[in-house]
Design a protein around this ligand. Structure first.
Ligand code: ADP
Length: 391
């Protein structure tokens, strides 16, 4: 168990490709941290630098109390699980899990009974090492619920079972930290959700620092104690899943986290006698009390409002002025208990609303959707789309 600390870490590949740009991150002991972002954002490179599989161009990486920049991967005391499980096809599950440990044994030479006659103490040590490995494999198999599979070969296992064995191989090492590189992307959607819950349970049991890479924001949100949202080699936000969802620091994070994604509508902030009003798409939305003070400096300026689909609701004959966003309803998608309503605002901006399937809404109608103005976000329209008015 250990902290993993990255300080000003940069990676430039040949051809001047800056994959990771001055990243600093302090991962706490036993923490489950997820690096997430679109393809090419530098998350795998970051993980591979922690593992030692990729040289660092600048900065330092520390595992526990040791700077590991020049330390070979095998000496970093970490275990990595990849997307392709890389199990040995000719070995049983037991052997696959024990193999790494068997290779590292100091006294393997004295295993043999004949040799034991020449050096009984070394033989006893060899037997103890073998017992320790057996205990570790049995214990990992128990944690993973694969005891009955130990004698099978990989080809006789399902995708989920193979993934478990790959995780088991990492667990038996009892490393300082686990590194996972998109370990669930080869599984079908249902199995992925199951394995996600399983990985969370396993982390609670083994309680070891874990760094996990995925491009799937839902996986990141469900697994991470903290989520690190990356783009273009830069960390945009590192916070709890709740905070990343509820207080995104910029428009990129706001749009990347959450499905369906957040709606953005460009407009302007006006002051009227009763306070600030956001004017956009032919509608006037009264800024909620939570935002009034913090947004005062933006009065009269262009801003972008961010509205999550679930923050819009059908008026059901009870439309309130100052909360109504007029939409021309396009397609309505039923999803069982909910419906996704696609509509366009007066300026043509496309919006998605997630409403209850008990609501009545007609395709082609014009509806004053109600906006919960205490739950909206505001961003600078220009530049990086920095969140404003967070208070
Ligand atoms: P992610 O895991 O977020 O998809 P990567 O860390 O794999 O992203 O890649 C980050 C950037 O570095 C991308 O632009 C990618 O094309 C580039 N890159 C990755 N590996 C290499 C390499 N071996 N040589 C040159 N460029 C690379």
């Amino acid at each position: 168990m250990a902290e993993v600390t990255l300080e000003n870490v940069t990676k430039i590949y040949p051809g001047d490709v800056k994959a990771v740009d001055n990243v600093s991150l302090a991962i706490q002991d036993r923490e489950f941290i997820v690096l997430v972002g679109p393809s090419g954002c530098g998350k795998s490179t970051t993980l591979r630098m922690i593992a030692g599989l990729e040289d660092i161009t600048g900065g330092t990486i520390q595992i526990g109390d040791r700077i590991v920049n020049g330390v070979a991967p095998k000496d970093r005391d970490i275990a990595m699980v990849f997307q392709n499980y890389a199990l040995y096809p000719h070995m049983t599950v037991y052997k696959n899990m024990a193999f790494g440990l068997l290779l590292r044994r100091k006294h393997a030479f004295w295993d043999n009974f004949i040799w034991a006659l020449f050096n009984p103490p070394a033989h006893r040590k060899a037997v103890a090492e073998r017992q320790d490995i057996d205990e570790r494999v049995q214990s990992a198999a128990h944690v993973l619920g694969i005891q009955e599979l130990l004698k099978r070969r990989p080809k006789a296992l399902s995708g989920g079972q193979r993934q478990r064995v790959a995780v088991g191989r990492a667990i038996v090492r009892q490393p300082k930290a686990y590194l996972f590189d998109e370990p669930l992307s080869n599984l079908d959607a249902k199995l992925r959700v199951e394995m996600r819950a399983e990985l969370k349970r396993i982390h609670r049991t083994v309680n070891t620092t874990t760094v996990y890479v995925t491009h799937d924001q839902e996986e990141a949100m469900t697994l991470g104690d903290r989520v690190v949202v990356m783009k273009d080699g830069i960390i945009h936000q590192c916070a709890s899943p709740f905070e990343v969802y509820d207080r995104p620091v910029n428009r990129f994070v706001a749009s990347f986290v959450g499905t369906p994604p957040m709606n953005f509508l460009n407009g302007r902030l006006d002051g009227d006698g009763a306070g600030l009003v956001f004017v956009a798409g032919g509608s006037r939305l009264s800024v909620g009390p939570a935002h009034q003070e913090a947004l005062a400096p933006w009065a009269g300026k262009p801003l972008t409002i961010g509205i999550r689909p679930e923050v819009l609701s059908v008026p059901n004959g009870n439309a309130k002025p100052g909360r109504a966003l007029r939409l021309q309803v396009g397609v309505v998608e039923p999803l069982g208990d909910r419906m996704d309503v696609y509509g366009s605002a007066a300026d043509g901006t496309q919006m998605i609303c997630r409403v209850s399937s008990r609501d009545t809404i007609e395709e082609g109608a014009q509806v004053d959707m109600q906006v919960d103005m205490d739950r909206v976000h505001f961003f600078e329209t220009d530049g990086d789309g920095r969140a404003v008015g967070l208070g």
